[in-house]
Design a protein around this ligand. Structure first.
Ligand SMILES: Nc1nc2c(ncn2[C@@H]2O[C@H](COP(=O)(O)OP(=O)(O)OP(=O)(O)O)[C@@H](O)[C@H]2O)c(=O)[nH]1
Ligand SMILES: [Mg+2]
Length: 461
């Protein structure tokens, strides 16, 4: 069960909520039952008023004081419980950003009775106080970290409760079935809808289908959130680094006419038609006596092993060599796109032997064929995977695992009904399914899981 660490919620917490460094504005955030009292100690408006006299959702210009002396000028915003991010009294002090004034303001707040917040503790409170469920709290982090607009849209949908809505709908229907099954064990309760046995099986099967549908969304959801690794490989000098730079639209990797330019793998995040791709440029693979190059080639091979998608680059302006053929054969059973580069130059390579492969002709230098390549990369991601639905998707492994458990338990419940097993056994499976769904939304969750989720946040969020 959710453990409400009482001590935690008794404290008033504070933290700097903006990045440390010079900037226009820095924010010290305070949340908890003493937030306003603490603000009274450190802040007076220009007219000499104390925050306890301010209305909720009002902002006031004034000064931060340390024992009567002005430390900084500031804007203070008050948000009274329960209409705040944490559902507690909250105060945000906008100071001049800069390490010294911000630290000073925080120090005064801490000296006046607040405790320094742990990473993600504001959001954790929003969760513990029931403003967000766990999927929504996770979405807050996903929004901060979203890599493309599509991943942001997905996280926003999750924050707005789309996933919670789907899960709660399934949960309600499971509860009705569970209540019926349990009623047949004890005695019929008056306020439940009585369902026949055939109907129980039918309902459970529909629920199972819904769970499976949601599970199918997981693969795409996780990709949109975390991205997918695509390794650019090929023999030396075919234009791998040029391709990386073109896809990133900036000069990330060194490009020269000298074979063996790239020594170590270079990676960066690219937005390919809304999908976050971690692109990895590797050292060209060829027999060599050079120790450094050899080490680079070993690394290239390791990267190719780990790739979700391989972009094998060939130079169309030269004849195919054994080095190309070895790479073609080594990667033939992997998800792969053959990228035929340098088509702006006179062609020497015979492409007829490559027929039947997924292939695209480009010039990394001139930009020809790049849109087509991007489309192919996008297609490669979704081939064999369900598209991410608009109405909420599973976006991380924690959610996926719990959902799998739920779906497994419902399946066993269906089997138990079919075999006419005792209602007690069916009820156990249904309880387990309900608990697993509760784990996703955070109704049933242990402190370790919470710790793991919220420790990924930054301090002040
Ligand atoms: N004409 C033409 N030249 C290209 C093209 N792509 C790359 N080049 C040239 O080919 C040479 C090698 O390019 P790189 O991108 O460094 O090749 P690489 O595969 O990363 O090479 P290594 O890191 O040495 O394995 C450079 O002189 C590039 O300007 C292209 O599409 N057309
Ligand atoms: Mg290179």
């Amino acid at each position: 069960m959710r453990k409400q660490s009482k001590i935690d919620l008794e404290d008033t917490i504070a933290a700097i909520s903006t990045p440390i460094g010079e900037g226009a504005i820095g924010i010290v955030r305070i949340s908890g039952k003493d937030a306003v009292k603490i603000a009274d100690v450190v802040f007076r408006s220009k007219k000499g008023k104390s925050p306890s006299g301010f209305c909720s959702f009002s902002t006031h210009y004034g000064y931060i004081y340390n024992k009567g002396a002005v430390v900084d000028e500031a804007l203070l915003t008050l948000m009274r419980a329960p209409k705040s991010y944490t559902k507690e009294d909250m105060v945000e002090i906008n100071c001049h950003s800069g390490i010294i004034p911000l630290r000073k303001a925080l120090e005064l707040v801490l000296d006046s009775g607040a405790r320094l917040a742990e990473p993600g503790e504001f959001t954790k409170r929003a969760f513990l106080n029931g403003r967000l469920d766990l999927t929504q709290a996770e979405a807050v982090l996903d929004i901060i970290r979203s890599k493309t607009e599509a991943s942001l849209r997905m996280a926003m949908g999750q924050l707005s409760g789309q996933l919670s809505f789907r899960l709660n709908d399934i949960k309600e229907r499971l509860l009705t079935v569970a209540a019926n099954v349990e009623a047949s064990i004890d005695f019929p309760e008056e306020d439940i809808e009585i369902i026949s046995e055939a109907n129980i099986k039918e309902r459970l099967e529909t629920i199972k289908d819904n769970l499976v549908k949601l599970l199918e969304s997981a693969e795409g959801g996780i990709i949109l959130r975390e991205g997918l690794t695509s390794v650019i490989c090929g023999k030396p000098n075919v234009g791998k680094s040029s391709l990386l730079n073109t896809l990133l639209q900036r000069d990330r990797a060194i490009v020269t006419h000298v074979p063996g330019t790239t020594r170590d793998a270079i990676e960066d995040l690219a937005n390919i038609n809304g999908i976050p791709f971690k692109l990895v440029d590797t050292a060209g693979i060829a027999p060599t006596e050079d120790l450094v190059e050899r080490e680079g080639i070993l690394r290239s091979r390791e990267r190719i092993e780990q790739a979700d998608l391989i972009l094998l680059v060939l130079d169309a302006s030269a004849e195919m060599t054994d080095e190309d053929r070895i790479l073609l054969s080594d990667t033939k059973d992997r998800p792969r796109i053959l990228v035929i580069n340098k088509i702006d130059l006179p062609r020497k390579m015979d492409l007829s032997t490559l027929e039947g492969n997924i292939m695209v002709e480009i010039s990394a230098k001139e930009g020809d064929g790049i849109d087509e390549l991007k489309k192919m990369m996008e297609r490669a991601v979704w081939s064999g995977r369900a598209a991410v639905p608009e109405g909420g998707a599973i976006t991380n492994l924690r959610q996926k695992q719990a959902l799998k458990n739920a779906s497994g338990a419902v399946e066993r419940a269906v089997e138990s009904v079919e075999k006419d097993l005792s209602p007690e056994l069916i009820a156990i499976e249904l309880r387990e399914a309900l608990d697993s769904i509760g784990e996703i939304t955070g109704e049933v969750v242990n402190d370790d899981i919470l710790e793991k989720i919220f420790s990924q946040f930054c301090i002040g969020k």
